[in-house]
Design a protein around this ligand. Structure first.
Ligand SMILES: [Zn+2]
Length: 245
């Protein structure tokens, strides 16, 4: 377990390909995402290592329904009995993982038979989960998070802002996977225009409320994170003139 900020832990027991976060709050802890299929033991062992039993896990918050974020959701729900929370729009993908579409880019279309085949492999199968709690943009969660609807990568993708502690969990709305801050990968993002609008929203509406951003993929930005988001926006709209936010 790696503590990023007081109370915010990166469950690094699962490696660093995708990040699962554990947040400590008054009533216990909540998990944000659950990694790939088969991660449940490592995640729960990580929680135990800092003193939390499965019954201390109060909520499983889903940023979006991709296999690397909800792969172990069903298994962890089975063990912890914690309610699953997501955005209203993402409910359909959680319940019907086969509906996930990559994008309309030529590469994605070329690879689509492969994606379909991959979904049949047992190790890559996402078990459907019915969320227990659904939220909309701007809702406040008991953990202190403001749920921000950041669609594009998936229709009901969310980011979580903790305004008091001044950090943002971006999910896959943003990433630093290759180093510099960037938007979600176009090949797995069916609506890139919306993804860009979501980035705009994270800066314009909420940029004054966070210093740190943590991501589903890549290392955190610990200081002046909103300046980095603004820099990315300038890049996006400069290289694609005529785009309105
Ligand atoms: Zn991801």
């Amino acid at each position: 377990m790696k503590e990023i900020l007081p109370g915010l832990w990166d469950v690094d027991e699962i490696g660093s390909m995708v990040h699962v976060y554990l947040w400590e709050w008054e009533d216990g802890v909540s998990l944000i995402d659950t990694g790939v299929p088969g991660n449940e033991t490592k995640i729960l062992d990580g929680a135990r290592r800092i003193g939390y039993q499965p019954s201390d896990i109060k909520r499983l918050i889903v940023t979006h329904a991709d296999i690397d974020h909800v792969g172990s959701l069903k298994a962890i729900k089975r063990i912890t009995h914690a309610p699953v929370a997501c955005h209203t729009v993402e409910k359909a993908l959680l319940e019907h993982p086969e509906r996930r579409r990559p994008s309309g880019t030529p590469l994605a279309l070329l690879l689509s038979p492969l994606f379909a085949l991959m979904r049949l492999a047992p190790a890559l199968r996402v078990e459907p989960v019915s969320p227990d709690e659904i939220y909309v943009d701007g809702d406040r969660l008991p953990e202190g998070f403001v749920m921000i609807h950041t669609p594009g990568h998936t229709p009901g993708h969310i980011s979580l802002l903790h305004p008091e502690k001044r950090f943002l969990i971006a999910g896959d709305a943003l990433n630093t996977r290759t180093g510099p801050l960037s938007g979600p990968p176009p090949i797995f993002t069916p609506n890139m225009d919306n993804a860009h609008r979501s980035i705009w929203k994270l800066w314009k509406k909420y940029g004054a409320d966070y210093d740190t951003i943590v991501f589903g993929h890549g290392d955190p930005i610990r200081e002046n994170a909103s300046d980095a988001v603004k820099g990315l926006i300038d890049q996006i709209y400069e290289t694609e003139p005529g785009r309105a936010a």
